[in-house]
Design a binder for this molecule. Structure first.
Ligand code: GUN
Length: 280
């Protein structure tokens, strides 16, 4: 029988504890979010982040810009936020429109306010096993969930599908730091199911509904589904949950698995950045 990795329940537990910590503070932690354009998924995610932040006493400000905004306007705003003592954490929602170079934008964020842990300084520190100011939120959420259910990573073969800078690449580094053996697969991988069938833990971050079928996994493996796709108003993960879950030892649902853990990690990161900021 499989066990559901309940991200909704764990995130509620984490956020309850965090809200108690925040209640004790004289000055609330503050998060600034930059949202460019009208990507409906980004709008939805930013709204969820804002609501969750406010619920636990984190001040959040969403700065919205039209799709055709120029890069300099966003860079100037980041510079202003970097210097604003009332802002502890900065998040630029990705993806950005084509005319904006995402790398330039990310590099402009002060590493000490980089709540996503995406700046070169934070990614570089993480890669050499030094504590960054913040760890990327989705990978951190996944590791927190696996730890809660006492899923051992040492020596385990973890296969990640997806090589994004947001999930796949930082997740691989964090798993390596935990002594896992990590394989990253991507759109040019030729023998995908041969590889996924060898995974003790399979993590899919593709964003295409039900592409992971039961003949692609090893029996009793752990399956983590990072994908969310909307089809006819219904949310699906990358994993064909109904037909495959009984073969697994642990599996995340979609929704209610990785998504809430990403938000919990974002708010924990915001709190921790604010604490460090006030010490200095
Ligand atoms: N877009 C999708 N996921 C994320 C995330 O974790 N952080 C940011 N900044 N943008 C995203």
């Amino acid at each position: 029988m499989t066990t559901i990795l309940d991200g909704k329940k764990l995130s509620a537990k984490i956020l309850n504890k965090l809200s108690e910590e925040i209640r004790k503070l004289d000055k609330k932690p503050s998060l600034a979010v930059i949202l460019v354009g009208d990507n409906p998924a980004s709008e939805l995610y930013v709204n969820l982040k804002k609501k969750a932040a406010e619920k636990i006493g984190i001040t959040s400000t969403v700065l919205t810009y039209p799709q055709n905004i120029d890069e300099k306007t966003v860079l100037d705003k980041i510079s202003e936020l970097n210097n604003d003592k009332n802002v502890d954490a900065i998040l630029v929602q990705l993806p950005l429109p084509q005319q904006i170079n995402s790398t330039n934008i990310i590099q402009a964020i002060s590493p000490k306010k980089d709540v996503d842990g995406f700046t070169p300084e934070n990614i570089g520190k993480m890669s050499i096993g030094v504590e960054p100011y913040a760890y990327p939120c989705t990978p951190k959420g996944i590791l927190t969930l696996l730890e809660e259910y006492k899923i051992n990573l040492q020596g385990k073969h973890v296969v990640i599908i997806g090589r994004s800078n947001i999930v796949g690449k930082p997740l691989a580094q964090m798993l390596l730091n935990k002594d896992a053996t990590v394989t990253i697969c991507h759109s040019a991988t030729t023998n995908l199911s041969d590889i996924t069938k060898t995974a003790d833990i399979l993590i899919s971050a593709v964003g295409k509904p039900k592409i992971i079928k039961k003949d692609m996994i090893k029996n009793n493996s752990v399956i983590v589904d990072v994908g969310t796709s909307k089809v006819d108003g219904k949310i699906f993960g990358d994993v064909d949950f109904e037909n495959l879950s009984e073969l697994t030892s642990y599996i995340t649902p979609v929704p209610g698995g990785v998504g809430p853990m990403t938000i919990a990690s974002l708010l924990v990161n915001t709190y921790e950045l604010s604490k460090r900021m006030r010490k200095n």
